[in-house]
Design a protein around this ligand. Structure first.
Ligand code: PLP
Length: 455
């Protein structure tokens, strides 16, 4: 069996070869990119949309496929960062949006669609008594964190090392810290996600190691009187949808209760796990929940909601709200009707089907790794999965960092040239638009890649 270092060299070779093939097959995307780079830094308006040598430009989407401007048709295994759970252009959603387009796209008043989507979410998620919509998951976590601070009168927020909760200052911290500056495992050090985040912001953040309750408890106890809330996902999404250990989640919940902290569950991504989201699956009742992605039916969205006494901070009906919450496009009717049409299709059995297929994919990937003698760890839960090219188990950010990145890049390019759109970082997810044939196509292509890699 080849060592990981040998496989990385091989991966580098495959990457070079596949990039050349990609350049040859995508001349229109190359031209579009050269045009974009003049007016968009790095040619994109969303960091993760860039990949070398240049990204492909989508022309149209169709079910579980999208076609780029060079006419290449690719199976979409990232679904706009997990948000397109029904795939591209699901007919019922398209119809709802068309109907609403004909009636108006935005109003400085309610339409009732925001009430309907709110009702659907409140019915599905018992911990959510009231909810507010935003335009992104980032805004959802921003407002939930502000609510926790306002409600408790405390300033600090505890978050998980490696946890991604959006792009605002309080959470762009220690998402991908270099391991040499991340401090001890049991007591990680806050590392800003970029320059431009002030020392003042860092002082208000406390970091917790994932799935390590004893260490997390010690940190929370030490800082208890200053911590307003804990924000956590039931999966460590950015590392590879690593499911939280039940005892860890329950332990954090108990610590929050013990110290009067607000427990915020970020379900922006994990809401695709079941009809009631990750909280139903893991049996946890947060004080506040944040949403995004699938609840917008393919349109920009976010939301935060939870306990009525906390959400009352946003109530301006009898004077000034304690926390004003504006937003020109909050509850935009196009997004709301798309969200309603999407949730209407997402029954428990639909989630069950997706999750069963996810289990099958993870098992088949493990089998492929064994067959070709390639060290692979497969993480994920429900309809989300990721391959990590490493011999070591992956259970948190740091163990995820041990995996080879270059082999992933090679797999991504290999897939692109053979009709797959994975994510460069290796995270993938299913949509209901995929059938067995598509799942098979993905697995066969991964198998082909592994056989070339292991040669
Ligand atoms: C768990 C989680 N929270 C928050 C966000 C931010 O959502 P958005 O990209 O809509 O701002 C994301 C986005 O990937 C996410 O995965």
């Amino acid at each position: 069996m080849a060592s990981l270092a040998e496989l990385e060299l091989r991966g580098q070779e495959i990457l070079g070869r596949e990039q050349k093939a990609y350049e040859a097959a995508n001349p229109k995307s190359r031209e579009a990119f050269q045009h974009s780079i003049r007016v968009l830094p790095g040619g994109v308006t969303r960091t993760l949309c860039f990949f070398p040598p240049f990204p492909c430009y989508a022309d149209y989407g169709e079910g579980c496929y999208f076609v780029d401007i060079d006419g290449n048709r690719r199976l979409d295994l990232f679904n706009n960062a997990t948000s397109l759970i029904l795939g591209h252009r699901p007919p019922a959603v398209t119809k709802a949006v068309r109907d609403q387009l004909a009636r108006g796209t935005a109003f400085q008043t309610n339409t009732g669609f925001e009430t309907r989507l709110a009702e659907m979410l409140v019915e599905r998620v018992p911990s959510v008594e009231q909810i507010r919509f935003t335009n992104s998951g980032s805004e959802g976590t921003l407002m939930a964190i502000r609510a926790a601070r306002a409600f408790t009168g405390r300033r600090k927020i505890a978050k998980i090392e490696g946890g991604y909760h959006g792009s605002h200052d309080s959470v762009e911290i220690s998402v991908r810290p270099p391991l040499d500056s991340a401090g001890p495992v049991e007591s990680p050090v806050v590392v800003p996600g970029s320059i431009g985040i002030t020392a003042g912001v860092l002082q208000d953040i406390v970091l917790l190691p994932y799935n390590n309750l004893e260490a997390a408890r010690a940190i929370l106890t030490r800082e208890a009187s200053q911590i307003a809330g804990i924000i956590v996902e039931p999966i460590l999404g950015s590392v590879g949808f690593i499911p939280v250990e039940r005892e860890f989640l329950a332990g954090l919940r108990a610590e929050a209760d013990r110290h009067g902290m607000i427990f915020i569950l970020d379900e922006v991504q994990s809401f695709r796990l079941s009809r009631g989201g990750g909280q139903a699956l893991f049996g946890i009742r947060p004080d506040l929940t944040t949403f995004g992605k699938i609840i917008g039916g393919g349109f920009p969205v976010g939301a935060f909601g939870g306990r009525r006494d906390i959400m009352a901070l946003f109530d301006a009906s009898s004077g000034e709200a304690k926390i004003p919450h504006a937003g020109t496009f909050n509850g935009n009717p196009i997004t709301m009707v798309a969200g309603i049409a999407t949730l209407e299709q997402l029954t428990e059995s639909v989630f069950g089907g997706l999750n069963t297929t996810g289990d099958r994919v993870r098992q088949r990937l493990r089998d492929l790794g064994a067959k070709y003698g390639v060290p692979m760890q497969i993480t994920g839960i429900g309809s989300m999965f990721k391959i990590h090219f490493t011999t070591l188990p992956v259970r948190d950010y740091r163990s995820g960092q041990q995996a080879s990145h270059v082999i992933h890049e090679a797999l991504f390019m290999f897939g692109l040239n053979r009709g797959l759109f994975l994510s460069e970082g290796g995270r993938c997810c299913l949509s209901t638009a995929m059938g067995d044939a598509e799942v098979e196509k993905y697995l066969v292509t991964v198998g082909e890649f592994l056989s070339v890699l292991a040669q």
